[in-house]
Design a protein around this ligand. Structure first.
Ligand code: SAM
Length: 216
C-alpha cells in the first residue's frame, strides 16, 4: 500500500476512544473489558482503511470486531468511518501482527480475516507474508478450537504460496476458489477497499478458508 503521511494521525490514534491503548493489559479479558460482553472476537489483520471490518460490524452486532493495522496513516481513515457510525462492536489496534500472542490469550480469538495482504514477492521476504507458516503458528496460538482463517487476494503467486503454507503447517483447507465473484461463494461476500479496486480492473479474486484442529 502506498502510504501518505497524514498529519496528526499518530497523535490522534494515541487518544482516540475507538483505539485500544496498551492492549497487553487486556490479554485474556478483551471481550469483557473492552466490549463489556462475552461475544466472540473476530479480527482483521492488515485492515487498511477499514471498509471490510466496518461493514461486517454493522451487519453483525452480536460479534466483537477488532481491526489491526500497522500504519497510522491508513488506520486514521478507519477511525474516521467509525466516528460517523459509532458501532459499539468495533475497535482498532495500531499493532504489528508479529506480536499477536502478546495481546490475546490462547483461544481468545474466534476468527481471523486476512485481506489482500502485502505479497512480499522476494523469496527472502517470504517469512513476512501474513499467510507464511510463521504467521499461521502465531494465529494458532490465539485462535479458539475450530477458529478459522479467511484469506482473500488478487495475487496468484501469493495465493499458491498460501495454499502450500496451509498444507505444510498441518491446517485443513475448508474451501478455496480462484474466482470468488463468479463462484458459489460469492453470495454474502463483503468487499474490501483493495477487492473493489482490483475486481473493477478485471482481476479475479482468490479466496481460501482454513482451520487447524488442535486435537489432531
Ligand atoms: N485489507 C485491506 C484491503 O483489503 O483493502 C488493506 C490491504 S493492504 C495491501 C495491506 C495492509 O496490511 C496495509 O495497510 C499494511 O500496513 C497492513 N499490514 C501489513 N503487514 C502488517 C502487520 N504485520 N501487522 C499489521 N498490519 C500489517
Amino acid at each position: 500500500m502506498r502510504l501518505r503521511n497524514v498529519r496528526g494521525a499518530r497523535e490522534e490514534i494515541l487518544v482516540n476512544p475507538y483505539v485500544i491503548q496498551e492492549p497487553q493489559q487486556y490479554k485474556g479479558h478483551v471481550a469483557v473489558q473492552i466490549f463489556g460482553n462475552n461475544n466472540p472476537i473476530f479480527i482483521e489483520v492488515g485492515m487498511g482503511k477499514g471498509q471490510f471490518i466496518t461493514s461486517l460490524a454493522a451487519l453483525h452486532p452480536e460479534i466483537n470486531y477488532i481491526g489491526i493495522e500497522k500504519y497510522s496513516s491508513v488506520l486514521i481513515r478507519a477511525i474516521e468511518k467509525q466516528e460517523e457510525l459509532q458501532l459499539p462492536n468495533l475497535k482498532f489496534l495500531r499493532f504489528d501482527a508479529e506480536y499477536l500472542p502478546d495481546i490475546f490469550a490462547p483461544g481468545e480469538i474466534a476468527h481471523i480475516y486476512l485481506n489482500f495482504s502485502d505479497p512480499w514477492p522476494k523469496d527472502r521476504h517470504a517469512k513476512r507474508r501474513l499467510t507464511s507458516s510463521r504467521f499461521l503458528g502465531l494465529y494458532d496460538q490465539i485462535l479458539a478450537d475450530g477458529g478459522i482463517v479467511e484469506f482473500k487476494t488478487d495475487n496468484q503467486p501469493l495465493f499458491d504460496f498460501s495454499l502450500e503454507s496451509v498444507k505444510e503447517s498441518g491446517w485443513t483447507l475448508l474451501m478455496q476458489t480462484r474466482d470468488l465473484h463468479h463462484s458459489e461463494f460469492a453470495e454474502g461476500n463483503v468487499m474490501t477497499e483493495y477487492e473493489a479496486k482490483f475486481s473493477a480492473m478485471g482481476n479475479p479474486i482468490y479466496k481460501l478458508e482454513a482451520v487447524h484442529d488442535k486435537k489432531a
